[in-house]
Design a protein around this ligand. Structure first.
Ligand code: NAD
Length: 498
């Protein structure tokens, strides 16, 4: 990144090659209000469109993304250093949500009737209107999927968006605006501004109607506090410490492979990655044997042909090493990996498997964001659930058992916003149901009906069928009835319900 007195620029460098991925100008905090103003002007047209008028625009956007997969993936790789196949896979998330919301937005946002009981002479319903301008602030680990996911829900609801991508992946963010324009979306419906935390904070303070933030819990908390000054709604998607519970009747091979895959995927820089594993003692040794085999099969080569890439920023290696060394000093046993690999341009970390960990270790308590899988032996299902739930985070988790009913029962008891039975991560892509964390992991959430409705004003309307129900109830002033009237009315309406 380079800085000059007047103009600041972002020039992200590839963690694979050290090559610059591009350059964009920083949007200074004092310029943010103007961008939001342009978005508000664009909202006049976009927000007034019917769903069928907006749909062709969003379809054209989807078509262009599909056609441009190679182009987008190259930009993702150039900024993050992730594997090219993983960069392509990331786009599936965007396409799934675009497909779902372009098809279903109209139905999801159809006015919802309420029952008239007991006010039979009044009809009531709730309408969902676009809230206005959505400010979207996103992180670097899924630099195309995450900002587009929030944007797609906002746009489908009729909002315009101003996106502030991570300062580490501005070119991916810029590409979203470029593609939206190329696809023919009206000017300023999708805008991207660039910069650091101060630009993001200015977007929260500006005349935005909602802020959708994905990132760390500490920044999420400061955004929520800032937004609370004007009671601006927020959607927060924050960090996680996903637990995997492996019961004695699980398919141990599948569970072990999942632990390794979702533990090391994207170099562990994954909000919904497996960060701690609780295995019931009956199958513990089998699990460790399978996990050791699975981790040995990961191609940890540096360069662009490894299964996992470098960290986006070298500092992350220090966080991971510190947690790991503390765990080893306290008795954890290293079964594979454990070292960072410095190259000329980036820092990699070996896929790392540990057992003999204790639930109280920092490695089991705080987000690691590295390719490290700590495994702990537990006595039974109860202990596994208790330890999994003993966390300030509550993003995602998984339960592994061949007995589906048991899996569903365990899933229902896990204190997280989402759970997968015999799988992991899939909820992050699954468009028809809500995804979102609780506790330190977030507020409100995305996807499903709730995701799109977050970007709407819920306006409830009642309409008198014959005349004012309040008048018929003798509630109007001057008062014509006493307490006896209300007691009789209450008995007539509810006395028969025993
Ligand atoms: P981060 O919180 O440091 O930054 C996220 C974004 O917020 C960036 O664009 C940054 O410039 C901006 N920002 C920083 N300070 C700000 C402020 N004061 N006001 C407004 N904006 C500000 O997070 P990161 O390092 O980019 O991402 C990693 C974190 O994101 C991890 O904790 C990870 O778990 C989380 N994450 C969560 C999800 C999810 O869906 N729950 C998905 C991906 C990542």
């Amino acid at each position: 990144m380079t800085t000059s007195a007047e103009t600041r620029w972002l020039t992200p460098k590839s963690p694979l090659t050290g090559e610059p991925a591009g350059t964009v100008r920083v949007t200074e905090p004092q310029e943010v209000a103007a961008a939001v103003g342009r978005s508000r002007s664009a909202f006049v047209g976009w927000g007034a469109m019917s769903h069928s008028q907006r749909r062709p625009h969003l379809r054209a956007f989807a078509k262009l993304i599909l056609k441009s997969m190679d182009r987008i993936a190259q930009v993702i790789v150039s900024e993050t250093g992730k594997n090219l196949a993983d960069a392509h896979a990331e786009l599936i998330g965007t396409l799934v949500s675009l497909d779902f919301y372009t098809r279903r937005a109209e139905k999801l946002l159809r006015p919802k009737k309420g029952s008239s009981w007991p006010f039979l002479l009044t009809r009531g319903w709730t309408e969902y209107h676009p809230i206005g301008v959505a400010g979207i602030i996103s992180p670097w680990n899924y630099p195309f999927y995450l900002p587009t996911l929030s944007a797609i829900q906002a746009l489908s609801a009729g909002c315009t968006v101003v996106i502030k991508p991570s300062e580490l992946t501005p070119m991916c963010g810029q590409l979203i605006e470029d593609l939206a324009l190329e696809a023919g979306l009206p000017k300023d419906v999708v805008q991207v501004i660039h910069g650091y935390g101060d630009t993001g904070a200015a977007l929260v303070d500006a005349d935005t109607d909602i802020v959708a933030f994905t990132g760390s819990p500490s920044v999420g908390r400061s955004i929520a506090a800032q937004a609370a000054q004007t009671l601006k709604p927020v959607v927060l998607e924050l960090g996680g410490k996903d637990a995997q519970i492996v019961l004695e009747d699980a398919d141990v091979k599948d569970a072990a492979r999942a632990a390794i895959t979702f533990g090391v995927f994207n170099a562990g820089q994954q909000c919904v990655g497996i960060e701690r594993v609780y295995v019931v003692e009956d199958v513990y040794d089998d699990f460790i044997a399978e996990a050791t085999k699975a981790v040995g099969r990961i191609n940890a080569a540096t360069g662009d042909n490894g299964d996992i890439g470098p960290f986006i920023s070298p500092n992350q290696a220090d966080v991971v090493e510190t947690q790991l060394q503390a765990a080893i000093a306290d008795g954890a046993r290293l079964l594979a990996g454990g070292s960072k690999i410095n190259t000329d341009h980036g820092v990699y970390f070996e896929p790392t498997l540990l057992d003999g960990v204790d639930h109280s270790m920092v490695l089991m308590q705080e987000e690691t964001f590295g390719p490290v899988i700590p495994v702990m032996k537990v006595a039974d299902e109860e202990e596994a659930i208790e330890l999994a739930n003993d966390s300030p985070y509550g993003l995602h988790g998984s339960a592994w058992t061949k007995n589906k009913k048991r899996g569903h029962r365990v899933a229902s008891r896990m204190k997280t916003g989402t759970v997968a039975v015999n799988d992991h991560l899939i909820n992050f892509l699954y468009p028809t149901i809500k995804f979102g964390g609780i506790g330190e992991s977030g507020l409100n959430g995305q996807l499903g009906e709730e995701g799109i409705k977050a970007f709407t004003i819920h306006r409830s309307i009642t309409s008198a069928r014959l005349g004012p129900t309040t008048k018929l109830l003798s509630a109007w002033l001057p008062r014509r009835v006493g307490p006896r009237y209300w007691k009789t009315l209450a008995r007539v309406l509810f006395g028969w319900r025993r």
